[in-house]
Every structure is written in C-alpha cells, then in structure tokens.
Design a protein around this ligand. Structure first.
Ligand code: APR
Ligand code: ZN
Ligand code: ZN
Length: 376
C-alpha cells in the first residue's frame, strides 16, 4: 500500500491520566518492525476493562496510553518475517497473545501464552519501544493492541486472519467480550447438558456466558444482576430465571441454594468484586460445584474465603479470554458466527462514530449499553 514504510498520521483516543475523559487527537503511527503488523482498525468495542484502567484499578498501566482491546480491522502493512497475514487481510486483534511456541502454547490444555502482557507488565511493544507519538510525546500501548486508534501496530501473535465475508463492525466483539463469556462456559467450566448455571453480572461478558451455557445444553440458567433492565436480553439469550439480589433480604447465595436444593452446578462471576466472587463460590454445590471467575477485581484486592467452602469439593477457577487459544479459535469462531451458530450481534446495543468514544463510556457507566461499537 502507498502508506507502507511511512509514518501515518491519524486519530486516536488518548488517555492522558486516570479519571480524565479520553481525548481524540492526531497522532503519528510508525511503521511495523520485524514480526509486527500495522492494522487499520475498522471497529472496536468498549469493554469494562478499559473503564477499569480509567478508574485506576487495573494493574500496571502507564500513561499516557491508547486503550482498546476488542477490535477488528484490515492489515495495512507487515514487518519483516510476518507470514500469517498480508496487507488487505481482515483480522481480529486479541489482548491475550497466542505465540504457538512457548511452553503454555504447546500445552493443549492451556490458553495462557508467556508472551502475555501479564507475564511482562509493560505498556510498550515487545522491543520496549512505542510506535505512537502525539505532540512529540511517546504514547504507551495497552495489552499489545491499543484499538482506540485508527491505525495500530501489534505483534504478529496478537491477531488472526478471518473470513473476508466477516462484517468487522459485528465480529469485533469476538476479540474480547463474547469469546470470554462464551468460552468460560464451554472451555473453562465445561458445562454439561442438563445442568444448572448461575451467572452474576449481565454485561456483555456475562450475557455471553449465558449464551455459552445455553449452547452447552444447560437446563436452568439463572441470571443475576442489580439492574433489572438487563433481564429482557438475558431471557432472549437463554436465561430461564432472572433475579435481583436487592429483592431479597437473605444473601444471594442462600437464595440460589434454596432455589436449586443444594446449589448450582456452575457459577460465573462476571462483575469483578470480592463480594460477588464469594457469593458465586458459595452458590455452587458443595461437592462438584465449579465457580469460574471472569470479572477482573481491582488491583491489589484480596478475597477472604472460608476454607470449608472448598474442603467438600467445590472448585474455584479463573479464565482469560474464555480459555480459547485465540490464534486458532478466532477464525473458527468467525466461521461459526457466519454459520449463525450464535448471535453475538445481540450484545451490540449501540454503534457510535469513533469521535463519540466518551459517550460510549458514559453509556457503559450508566448501565444503558451492553456493548457500544465505535466505527472509524
Ligand atoms: N450484583 C449483581 N450484579 C452487579 C453487581 C452486584 N453487586 N454490581 C454490578 N453488577 C452488574 C451491573 O449492573 C452490570 O450489568 O454487573 C454487570 C457488569 O457489566 P458491564 O459493566 O457491562 O461489564 P462487562 O464488560 O460485561 O465486564 C464484566 O468482566 O471482563 C471483565 O473487566 C471486566 O470485570 C469486568 C467483567
Ligand atoms: Zn475486554
Ligand atoms: Zn505462547
């Protein structure tokens, strides 16, 4: 392409500091170095994790930074040694890499990659430099992919080529929210047909867990949220019952235990607080119950757990990106989407021009949106 090898000037939403609205400004994006890819982002979702950074509760983020980690776009140019994609390919980016070479990637049971930003907390590209500048200042990257920019540069192992027929304004949510919730039910919990599930938190990720439980054949899917405006959509996606903890005097774990006899088979925490994590754990049955932690709790928080909850056999486990090895899974999930095996479009309640990114965050904070997708 004509821009290949050159610096590109484009718009990006910069987070200059915690607690400040994002500022849409012109930035310069340097060409990709070896094993890197420069992508023109077409669509990006707003996920709660971006909000956690702005609230200052996500660990180890350096400012100024370009956030965004749920994006889809078109390859503009590739650095030396890149073989998996070429300019013009449609791609989905993901914040949990899949290098295919490290010991975790080589383990069929793992989807954690040692090239993850969590293994080496830093807000630059792997060579410890940034491709972004604004007004002469270096701007940091976020979980390698920074999708709140018209153009971004990412390591090769954080994207996958998808079917050219895929509508990028829709499948962008497969980059984080949908895959995380859906995979938590299918891969992490391995929900069995006929079982009973409880989902705590009905945002984009929680509703995707509802879809995953339904796809796995759960007989009862109990959806829990303090905002009952979320219940209609939860039912549409497969919830069999919806309950609001504020409607009860008793703790929600007691309500769920009474509703089900001995507790649910699988519970999913998709809010990100210590209290709801304990409630989710205590809601699953004392022997075979599995509690999956999906929500990201504030950096440095601790969860006091009564060890007797675990002694009788309950399990608590976490999941990142729903247990998918993203490089392999994303093209297949896109094929399933095109075959209408699931309808992730129902998560997208708002589509906004990129310039309205702060409005998108306001909708999330006010509980009015499930997913807002920004179009460049
Ligand atoms: N009990 C029940 N529901 C609650 C509670 C509570 N105490 N507190 C908040 N909720 C509900 C909110 O009303 C909202 O519907 O949890 C839901 C959270 O949804 P979103 O804010 O849309 O978040 P989402 O993008 O789905 O992410 C959820 O998963 O990936 C992580 O970082 C992400 O921790 C976040 C979580
Ligand atoms: Zn996310
Ligand atoms: Zn790896």
């Amino acid at each position: 392409m004509a821009t290949s090898g050159k610096v590109i000037r484009c718009r990006a939403a910069i987070a200059w500091a915690v607690g400040k609205p994002l500022s849409v400004e012109e930035i310069e994006v340097a060409p990709p170095k070896a094993r890197e890819v420069r992508v023109k982002i077409v669509a990006t979702g707003i996920c709660h994790t971006d909000e956690h950074v702005l609230e200052g509760i996500f660990p180890d983020v350096e400012f100024p930074v370009i956030l965004g980690h749920e994006g889809a776009g078109i390859v503009e140019s590739i650095g030396e040694g890149v073989t998996s994609v070429k300019p013009g390919d449609k791609v989905i980016l993901f914040g949990l890499p899949h290098c295919g070479e490290c010991s975790f990637c080589l383990n069929p049971d793992s989807n954690y990659c040692l090239k993850s930003h969590f293994s080496e907390p830093q807000n630059l590209l792997p060579d410890k430099t940034s491709r972004f500048t604004c007004k002469g200042k270096q701007i940091h990257h976020f979980v390698w992919i920074s999708t709140f920019s018209e153009y971004t540069v990412v390591p090769e192992y954080t994207l996958a080529k998808v079917d050219a027929a895929a509508p990028l304004d829709k499948v962008c949510v497969l980059g984080c929210g949908f895959s995380t919730g859906y995979g938590a039910a299918i891969n992490t919990a391995k929900v069995k047909p006929g079982s009973t599930c409880a989902i705590f938190g009905l945002g984009g990720v929680g509703l995707s867990a509802v879809m995953g439980c339904k796809a796995a054949g759960a007989a009862r899917i109990i959806a829990i949220d303090i905002n009952q405006d979320k219940f209609a959509k939860a039912k549409q996606l497969g919830a069999t019952e919806c309950i609001n903890p504020r409607d009860f005097k008793k703790p929600i774990q007691q309500v769920l235990t009474e509703m089900t006899g001995h507790g649910v088979d699988y519970s999913f925490e998709v809010i990100g607080t210590a209290d709801t994590l304990i409630a989710a754990l205590a809601s699953c049955n004392m022997n075979t119950g599995v509690c999956v932690m999906i929500g990201v709790t504030p950096a440095g928080s601790t969860v006091p757990i009564d060890p007797f909850l675990l002694l009788s056999g309950r399990t608590i486990k976490g999941t990142l990106l729903g247990g998918w090895k993203m490089g392999d899974a994303i093209p297949k999930l896109v094929t399933s989407y095109l075959q209408k095996k699931f309808n992730s479009d129902l998560l997208i309640t708002h589509t906004l021009p990129f310039a309205k990114i702060n409005e998108g965050f306001e909708l999330l904070r006010a509980g009015k949106s499930i997913r807002s997708v920004l179009l460049y």
